[in-house]
Design a binder for this molecule. Structure first.
Ligand SMILES: NC(=O)c1ccc[n+]([C@@H]2O[C@H](COP(=O)([O-])OP(=O)(O)OC[C@H]3O[C@@H](n4cnc5c(N)ncnc54)[C@H](OP(=O)(O)O)[C@@H]3O)[C@@H](O)[C@H]2O)c1
Length: 242
């Protein structure tokens, strides 16, 4: 898919990887709807700002109506908290599943007809290596990302008929605030350059969309996918998958 001249909508674009997506899409010549549940926090020069809370069905539907020219949907918004499954807070577990699975699904369902009307277009879902290798201390997040991976494969199959390309971005640690806080909390001593720069990750992802790839993997994604053929493993937060 050619991004120059396309019309993209990014969820969760007020900070982190979503902000980097909206910024890079503007730079590549796309018309961009930069959305957030608190739109007053969005600062992306050149983008049109819309309110979109993936947990609020009315706001999802309103965004699909307002952004009827979208041909690239970037599902980035999600909670990265969650904690542990067995002894963690059940509300946090539901929240992380809701935002990653049900939130993404709500946006996909609202925008699938929009994409169809605009020639098929593309969807980019931001997954994580946690979909393939669980994370000690955040196993609920990993389960939510696994569910979002299944969702991504399912909608690729279902939307093939309307010509919608569905791409999964499967990255590892990326230097955004929650990830930096996680590293501090666990006292991790990461090697220099262990975390992706969000802007670099986004360039890799959008190159993949332009090339029509089903999956875009960073260095950690490549390692995590190789692990899938062996016994279940956890993601080693020292900077490598172990
Ligand atoms: N950073 C990493 O290491 C890493 C690695 C792999 C994958 N990822 C994935 O990358 C994506 C972005 O992560 P990030 O590191 O940039 O996290 P972040 O800085 O916490 O950003 C998350 C974004 O999602 C938004 N959001 C959460 N729930 C929402 C909802 N119901 N409706 C609309 N927006 C909502 C947040 O909005 P508020 O500001 O309103 O909370 C925020 O804009 C996530 O899908 C995450 O799982 C991150």
């Amino acid at each position: 898919m050619r991004l120059n001249g396309s019309t993209a909508l990014v969820t969760g674009s007020n900070r982190g990887i979503g902000h980097a997506f909206a910024t890079e899409l503007v730079r590549r010549g796309a018309k961009v709807y930069a959305t957030a549940r608190r739109p007053e926090l969005v600062d992306v020069p050149g983008a049109e700002v819309l309110r979109l809370d993936t947990a609020d069905q009315a706001s999802v539907e309103a965004a699909a109506e307002a952004a009827a020219d979208v041909d690239l949907l970037v599902n980035n918004a999600a909670s990265t908290a969650g904690g542990n499954l067995v002894d963690g807070d059940l509300r946090a577990i539901r929240d992380v599943l809701d935002s990653n699975f049900h939130g993404t699904l709500a946006v996909v369902r609202a925008f699938a007809p929009v994409l169809a009307r605009n020639g098929g277009g593309a969807i980019l879902n931001v997954l994580s290596v946690a979909a393939w290798a669980t994370v000690e201390g955040n196993t609920a997040y990993a389960a939510a990302k696994s569910a979002q991976w299944g969702l991504t494969n399912g909608i690729r199959l279902e939307l093939a008929g309307q010509g919608t390309q569905v791409t999964a971005l499967v990255p590892g640690m990326t230097a955004t605030e929650p990830m930096k806080a996680f590293v501090r909390e666990f006292g991790l001593d990461l090697p220099e350059g262990a975390m992706n720069d969000p802007a670099e990750l986004v360039r890799l992802a959008l190159d993949g969309v332009e090339a029509g790839q089903d999956e875009v993997l960073d260095r950690y994604g490549v390692q995590a996918k190789e692990l899938l053929s062996g016994p279940p493993r956890a993601f080693d937060l020292s900077g490598t998958v172990g």
